[in-house]
Design a binder for this molecule. Structure first.
Ligand code: N2P
Length: 380
């Protein structure tokens, strides 16, 4: 199955299909106020300050690392990692564009890497500074959004599908119609959550309608907007950071969500499960990227390369996947990854499922249409 997966991924990349709790904050930040990480000064003087190893500011998605890794890294290098959380690629971009210069390493998805490279926001990656560079699966080393990993290291990849509770179903809800068809969605009225993420919500609606997840066609986008507006009365919330907690408390029964988040919730309640719908789903690759601001400071860069090398070590990458339940692009980590994860088709999908996955892709000037229609969805 692994072979099938790799060859399919190669095809996807080659043809460029692209068409909570932040426990780490409390554990690692200690004396440092993480709110400062977004400020103009963060990562500056403090970083070179009282501690020998200094501080590294890591801006990432929620629940996206085994929190133990921060302490292990600090023990080994003396470097304190301060985690700050964003909920969507657009929030990440807005924060940096708003003047936050303190972040060292950020974790944008595929299409956002493309946008940030274009905007000169990412430093080039000096692969010669990474002893672990050879650990990556070649499938991921020349992605269309970052040729030859010129800027970033792939971190995790996964899909965006439907989280559900087996208490409600005899057969898994394997269609987006359970969310987007008002006649079906009304059965769970007020108990459905969608991601608070413009591209993900449009992506799913467009896929359900049979269009490309990254369309730039205004009429198709209007149809997708109207679809979401048509079920909005049944939506409990638009939520990206804690939607799996809502499933655990039973407040929501169906969630648009990211594979690993829902599998982690399944660890607490075995009735919770995840499915990639028959119409298809969004697939993404998230990446470790260095901000241009950090790259201007050799001391910050030293810490950054140590951090990237550490996360890309086979034992650490495996430990991390075993905690987050997202697929790893690190081939050398495979031996350490829980066999249950490696054999889970919704994490490492088979060829037939892969054929139904799409990258969101960049949409250029149509970004304005997406954001206008997103506002219409959120405010109407
Ligand atoms: C983890 C979020 C995964 C990010 N909580 C999806 N791009």
């Amino acid at each position: 199955m692994k072979k099938i997966l790799i060859s399919t991924l190669i095809i996807l990349f080659v043809i460029g299909v692209a068409a909570c709790g932040t426990s780490a904050e409390t554990e690692v930040s200690g004396e440092v106020d993480t709110a400062e990480a977004g400020g103009e000064e963060a990562g500056g003087e403090e970083a070179g300050g009282e501690e020998a190893g200094g501080t590294l500011y890591f801006y990432t998605w929620s629940e996206y690392i085994d929190p133990d890794i921060y302490g292990q890294f600090e023990e080994e290098t003396g470097i304190t990692v301060v985690e700050d959380i964003f909920g969507s690629n657009e929030d990440l971009l807005a924060k940096l564009q708003g003047g936050a210069t303190g972040y060292d390493v950020i974790v944008p998805s595929d299409y956002m890497v493309d946008i940030m490279i274009e905007l000169d926001m990412l430093a080039e990656l000096d692969q010669s500074r990474l002893e672990t560079i050879g650990n990556l699966d070649p499938t991921f080393t020349n992605p269309p959004f970052d040729p030859n990993m010129g800027h970033c290291l792939p971190y995790f990849w996964g899909t965006t599908g439907i989280g559900f509770n087996w208490e409600d179903w005899d057969e898994a809800p394997g269609s987006w119609s359970y969310i987007f068809d008002p006649d079906l969605a009304k059965d769970f009225s007020g108990q459905i959550s969608l991601l608070d993420d413009v591209r993900e919500v449009f992506g799913a609606a467009l896929i359900y309608l049979g269009y490309s997840a990254g369309t730039t066609d205004e009429a198709e986008l209007a149809e997708a907007r109207d679809l979401v507006l048509g079920i909005k009365e049944h939506i409990y919330s638009f939520e990206s950071d804690t939607y799996e907690d809502l499933m655990l408390t039973g407040e929501t029964r169906l969630s648009q969500g990211w594979s690993g988040d829902i599998f982690v919730a399944q660890g607490e309640d075995e009735n919770i499960d995840y499915i990639i719908p028959s119409e298809g789903a969004v697939m993404w690759v998230d990446n470790l990227c260095i901000t241009v601001d950090a790259a201007a400071d050799p001391e910050r860069l030293d810490r950054i390369y140590k951090w990237l090398d550490y996360l890309n070590r086979p034992d650490i990458a495996a430990q991390n996947t075993n905690w987050v339940w997202y697929a790893s692009p690190n081939a050398a980590a495979e031996d350490g990854i829980d066999p249950e994860i490696l054999s889970y088709p919704a994490i490492y999908p088979d060829e037939e499922t892969f054929a139904r996955l799409q990258y969101l892709g960049t949409v250029g000037d149509a970004t304005e249409i997406y954001s206008r229609m997103w506002t219409e969805i959120k405010t109407e």
